[in-house]
Design a protein. Structure first.
Length: 185
């Protein structure tokens, strides 16, 4: 029975994949290497499909200020990155991206495609590191985010940031940091 069940599952999957109906007039089709949408969905579900280039090159029209220390605590240096258009003449609205990972994992570079995209649209973008839960317990990460925001406000003039036009963006399991983040002066 244990040998029959996997074989039956594989056969069912193969038949379902071959019979997956799609409208032939649709403009979107499964990319090269995938027979149809069902296999594409399976690959996505298993995490075998990259939906976005995670490490794009920074275009020539942008300035990147990387690995800027904003806080050192217990010997750990926390850093942030800032991206903006070259030749920025007036303070611009700023989007601060905080990576997700339920405080346990992730890194500030996770949002690089978005940082670049929005910087090209005229925003200043920033992303920051915080202490993960394996290093420090709650509310350390939220406190680190607040320190990063404070540092960005204090150095706004140096990077062409309008301190009155900040937005905080992030991916969180339960969104615990946003209510505690201090965007106001």
């Amino acid at each position: 029975m244990r040998k029959i069940l996997p074989a039956l599952l594989a056969c069912s999957l193969a038949v379902a994949c071959q019979r997956a109906s799609t409208d032939p007039d649709r403009p979107l089709q499964a990319p090269r290497g995938y027979l149809n949408e069902t296999l594409l969905n399976i690959a996505y579900g298993l995490g075998n499909l990259d939906l976005i280039e995670s490490t794009p090159e920074v275009p020539e029209n942008l300035e990147a200020f990387k690995d800027i220390p904003y806080k050192t605590i217990n010997g750990q240096e926390l850093q942030l990155d800032i991206y903006r258009k070259k030749g920025l003449r007036e303070p611009a609205p700023t989007l601060i991206f905080v990576h997700g990972g339920a405080w346990k994992k992730g890194k500030r570079q996770d949002y690089l495609p978005y940082l670049i995209d929005y910087a090209e649209k005229g925003y200043v973008t920033a992303t920051l590191s915080y202490r993960l839960s394996g290093v420090a317990t709650f509310p350390a990460a939220a406190q680190d985010v607040n320190c990063g925001i404070k540092w960005i406000k204090q150095h706004a003039e140096d990077y062409g940031i309008d301190p009155d036009r900040l937005a905080l963006i992030g991916g969180f399991c339960r969104g615990p940091s946003f209510p505690s983040a201090r965007l106001r002066r």
